[in-house]
Design a protein around this ligand. Structure first.
Ligand SMILES: [Zn+2]
Length: 386
C-alpha cells in the first residue's frame, strides 16, 4: 500500500505545546471543537470525527481497530495526532465530501456549480484510502462533465499542461478510461493551440503509462502538424526539425509511410466493403442493394479518374521556397469525403438521398476504424504477447 500513517510521537506524554511548536497550524474550516480525531497533513492540523473517517469501508476503519500499542497509529488527540503523508488539498477534498450538505453534493451535477478540482482531488484520495462508493461517485461526475466526444472541455482545457499530466497519471492508475480519453483529447488540443509545447514530452508520458492509443494520436498530430519545407536548389524536402528521440523519429517515419500507403490504396480497398444500412434507409423500404451498387460504382476504376480530381484526393499547391502546412492527413481527407456525400458526390453516380446517408455511414465506419488502428501505423500492429 502506498499510504502509511505515523504518530507525531511514541510517547503519550507529548504535550500540546510540543506539537504547536513544531509549526503546525489549525485548519480554518475543518477544525471541529467536538471532533475526536486530530490529523496532521503537511503543516496543517485538522480536527474531525473518527466515525466519518471510518465510513464507506475505508482503510481508516481497520487502522483504528488495531490494538493501541506503540507502533499502531490509533491515537488521535492534539497531543498525539495522526500524521498522514498526503497532500493537504487532497485531504481537504475528502473532508469536504464528509461534511458537505446533501444540497451541495446534489449541486455537483450542475455544470455551473461543479467543483472540478475538488472532485478530482477527492477521486485520488478516495482511491488511496478505499472510500469505494465515494470514488465511484467522483469518477462518474468527472466523466459526466468532461468526457465529451467533440469540442472544447471547459474544465480540462483550463488546466496547465503539467496538471493534465498529473491527472493522466492518476486517471490511468484508477482505470477511469473515459476520463483518461478526455484528458488525452485536452492535451492534443493544447498541443494544437500552442506549437511551442513539446510533443516529445507528451509522447514520453504516453509511453511510460503504456497508452498506445494516445501515442498514435500524438504521432498523428506530429505527422499533420509539421510544415513542409522545400530545400532551395534541390528537388529534396527538408526533414522537419523536432525534439523526438531517434526511436520516436523512426516511429513517425514509419507512420508517415504507412498512412500515405493507406491513403493511396484506399479507393481500391474500400470498393467492396459492405455498406451499412442506415435506419432511415431500412424504414423507408429503400432498396439497400442500390446503395451498395452505387458505392461500388463510385469507387470503380472507371470513375476513379474523376474521384482522383476531387479536392480530398488532389495534389496540394505549393509556393516555391515557402513552408506550408502539410497535406491534410487521411482523417481530415475522410472528413472531407464524408462532407462531399452530404449533398451529392462530385461524379455522376445516381445516388438517392438515402443512398447518400448509407455511404456517409460507410465513411464514418472507415474513420472509426482508422482511429482505432492509428497507433498501428506508427508502432506496428500488436503482437499476440502485447
Ligand atoms: Zn441503404
Amino acid at each position: 500500500m502506498q499510504y502509511s500513517a505515523t504518530k507525531a510521537s511514541t510517547s503519550s506524554a507529548t504535550s500540546q505545546t510540543d506539537v504547536s511548536s513544531m509549526g503546525y497550524v489549525r485548519d480554518e474550516e475543518f477544525w471541529f471543537k467536538k471532533g475526536d480525531c486530530v490529523v496532521i497533513v503537511e503543516n496543517t492540523m485538522l480536527k474531525i470525527h473518527l466515525s466519518d473517517l471510518e465510513r464507506d469501508g475505508s482503510v481508516f476503519a481497520d487502522m483504528f481497530s488495531l490494538p493501541n500499542g506503540d507502533d499502531s497509529p490509533n491515537t488521535t488527540t492534539e497531543a498525539d495526532p495522526l500524521i498522514l503523508p498526503d497532500k493537504l488539498h487532497e485531504f481537504r477534498a475528502l473532508c469536504w465530501m464528509l461534511y458537505a450538505s446533501p444540497l451541495e453534493l446534489e449541486e455537483q451535477h450542475n455544470p455551473a456549480l461543479f467543483k472540478f478540482s475538488t472532485v478530482f482531488h477527492l477521486l485520488s484520495i478516495c482511491h488511496k484510502y478505499h472510500f469505494e462508493t465515494y470514488e465511484k461517485w467522483a469518477g462518474r461526475l468527472l466523466i459526466k462533465h468532461c468526457a465529451h466526444d467533440k469540442g472544447k472541455d471547459t474544465y480540462l482545457d483550463n488546466q496547465p499542461f503539467s496538471e493534465l499530466e498529473n491527472m493522466l497519471r492518476i486517471s490511468v492508475r484508477i482505470n477511469l478510461y473515459q476520463f483518461t480519453d478526455a484528458i488525452e483529447r485536452s492535451v492534443l488540443r493544447k498541443l494544437q493551440e500552442r506549437p511551442s509545447l513539446s510533443v516529445a514530452n507528451a509522447l514520453n508520458l504516453a509511453e511510460e503509462l503504456g497508452l498506445r492509443r494516445f501515442q498514435g494520436r500524438l504521432y498523428y498530430h506530429e505527422f499533420t502538424r509539421q510544415p513542409v519545407l522545400r530545400i532551395k536548389s534541390s528537388t529534396a524536402y527538408a526533414f522537419p526539425p523536432g525534439d523526438l528521440t531517434p526511436a520516436q523519429t523512426m516511429a513517425l517515419l514509419r507512420g508517415s509511410f504507412s498512412l500515405s500507403e493507406y491513403w493511396m490504396n484506399l479507393p481500391s480497398v474500400i470498393q467492396y466493403i459492405k455498406v451499412p444500412q442506415t435506419r432511415s434507409c431500412a424504414k423507408k423500404g429503400n432498396s439497400h442493394a442500390d446503395c451498395q451498387a452505387h458505392w461500388e460504382a463510385y469507387w470503380s476504376p472507371q470513375s476513379l479518374k474523376q474521384v482522383l480530381t476531387t479536392p480530398s484526393f488532389s495534389f496540394g499547391t505549393f509556393e516555391p521556397g515557402v513552408s506550408r502546412p502539410r497535406h491534410p492527413g487521411p482523417l481530415e481527407g475522410l472528413d472531407t469525403l464524408q462532407d462531399s456525400f452530404r449533398l451529392a458526390p462530385t461524379i455522376s453516380v445516381p445516388f438517392s438521398r438515402l443512398g447518400l446517408s448509407c455511404c456517409r455511414r460507410a465513411i464514418s465506419m472507415l474513420i472509426e476504424q482508422l482511429h482505432d488502428t492509428l497507433a498501428d501505423h506508427f508502432l506496428g500492429p500488436l503482437t499476440d504477447n502485447e
